[in-house]
Design a protein around this ligand. Structure first.
Ligand code: RIB
Length: 308
């Protein structure tokens, strides 16, 4: 186990996953082929991904007082995530995500926040010491924005590296204090919403990455799905990191695997370029298995994939 410690502040969901030939159009009913409940939630997925890569990780979040909450906590602990700072919220359901996965591995996700929406600034501030002692903090946007801002403020004041995965895509621009992180790791849709630049090829991805730095991020790791990733470092240098082609089973949580592995590589001392390669490989491997936390690669699997 590495001596590093990463703190994740974020959501914890039970994913209700149905496989189908194709996703339904509005008003349409389609037949599904299978159904499974699989632990998910962007924060929890990232915490599990960090743990699977052998780095100590503490998750700060909330589950409901229900059977999903119990199962989610058991699963997190089983993966080695420190769950002492996950609060159980009385008289509240756990977060759930309704996920359809089509035969090409593409998905459609509806999230109901449940207990994730009850995370408070007080919850975060009373755990400031844990964030201050970490090597990095990862946040996403599935808990209230003021909790994200509070966690970032505490980390930045303590000189802790901050990573923002701005997912799900925000419906309005993010405040400057949230954009001002060490690394932002959006996907194409999120980058478009944050910058106003349509990202449909490598040239537009480069423009969007540069714009994200102008908006406050020190460095950018822009996830481009099967096209790989575009990075822009602290000196403004851009680089395209291509992805390896694989037979995709399910893209759910590939972005979470990317952000988690990127952060692990950074706290272990890698350059942004090497960290993006590591993140990209983790995201690719996460596409080979159905589900979110079920798909997070181990360190050995990732090293083997990268030929190390
Ligand atoms: O990023 C994938 C995750 O998004 C799923 O696990 C689902 O819970 C939603 O939060």
């Amino acid at each position: 186990m590495s001596p590093c410690h990463i703190v994740v502040v974020g959501s914890i969901n039970m994913d209700l996953v149905a496989r189908m030939t194709r996703l339904p159009r509005p008003g349409e009913t389609v037949h599904g082929q299978s159904f499974q409940t699989i632990p998910g939630g962007k924060g929890a997925n990232q915490a599990v991904a960090v743990a699977r890569l052998g780095v100590r990780v503490t998750l700060i979040g909330r589950v409901g007082e229900d059977s999903f909450g119990e199962a989610l906590l058991r699963s997190l602990a089983g993966h080695g995530v420190v769950t002492e700072q996950v609060l159980v919220t009385p008289e509240c359901s756990s977060g759930v995500a309704l996920i359809g996965v089509d035969e090409a591995g593409a998905n459609s996700i509806t999230v109901v926040a449940g207990a994730n929406g009850r995370l408070t600034v007080q919850d975060i501030e009373s755990r400031a010491e844990i964030i201050q002692a970490a090597d990095a903090l990862i946040v996403q946007l599935e808990t209230p924005l003021d909790t994200v801002a509070a966690a970032l403020r505490i980390a930045k004041d303590a000189g802790v590296r901050t990573i923002l995965d701005p997912a799900p895509a925000p419906s309005s621009p993010l405040p400057p204090e949230v954009m001002a992180v060490d690394v932002i790791s959006p996907n194409q849709t999120e980058a478009e919403l944050l910058t106003g630049i349509v990202v449909d090829d490598l040239a537009s991805a480069e423009r969007a990455a540069r714009r994200l730095r102008e908006l406050g991020a020190r460095e950018v790791a822009l996830k481009l799905g099967h096209r790989g990733a575009m990075l822009c470092d602290a000196e403004g240098r851009v680089e395209h990191v291509p992805a390896m082609a694989v037979d995709v089973v399910d893209t759910t949580a590939a972005g979470d695997a990317f952000t988690a592995a990127l952060t692990v590589a950074l706290v272990e001392g890698c350059s942004l370029s090497d960290a993006v390669r590591f993140g990209s490989a983790a995201g690719t491997l996460a596409c080979l298995t159905l589900g979110a936390q079920t798909a997070m690669p181990s360190r050995a699997e990732l090293d083997q994939f990268l030929g190390r």
